[in-house]
Design a protein around this ligand. Structure first.
Ligand code: INI
Length: 156
């Protein structure tokens, strides 16, 4: 059996980050977490492009623009959708996740889902660095791992 490891690649990567301005006090922390993880794993700042969009609903379009440009090895999408008792939550979160998955499959590129979908602000803050880790950091690691895996699969 040839088992492919899930590892961060040795090569230098180019990463695009798309982030939602909506709930900026949370998404900025996700961006900071992602940048920290990329920095710790040898991705130079000059190889990272960060684009802000109005909200999570717009993340797939921006991710698609980066993916179709062909200059990045992965796109990290960061956002915070907080329920707040309106059906808007389901539309925004649903279209966002569906759209991001579609971009990744269409372009055969890691498009990483770093969008918090929580019932309230406290849960979101917890996942943005105040308690249960930082989802932005975790998604950046996932992006690098997926780049490494695709490199290995393509080399098979
Ligand atoms: N966008 C978010 O990123 N998070 C939310 O919680 C949210 N809520 O609750 O409405 C939200 N709405 C804006 C949406 O993403 C679009 O930017 C807007 O509808 C314009 O298309």
């Amino acid at each position: 059996m040839n088992e492919l490891p899930l590892e961060i690649p040795e090569r230098v990567c180019h990463i695009a980050i798309v982030a939602g301005e909506f709930n900026h006090f949370i998404t900025q922390q996700l961006v900071d977490g992602a940048l920290d993880a990329l920095n710790r794993n040898g991705v130079p700042e000059s190889n990272i492009t960060l684009a802000w969009v109005p909200g999570a609903f717009e993340l797939p379009l921006a991710a698609n623009a980066f993916a179709s440009g062909g200059r990045h090895d992965a796109v990290i999408a960061l956002g915070a959708v907080i329920r707040g008792g309106t059906p808007h939550f389901d539309y925004v979160a649903g279209e966002c996740s569906r759209g991001l998955a579609q971009v990744g499959l269409t372009h055969n590129l890691p498009v990483i889902f770093g969008v918090l979908t929580t019932d309230n602000i406290d849960q979101a803050l917890e996942r943005a660095g105040s308690g249960a880790g930082n989802k932005g950091f975790d998604t950046a690691i996932a992006a690098l791992q997926m780049i490494g895996l695709l490199d290995r699969i393509h080399a098979e």
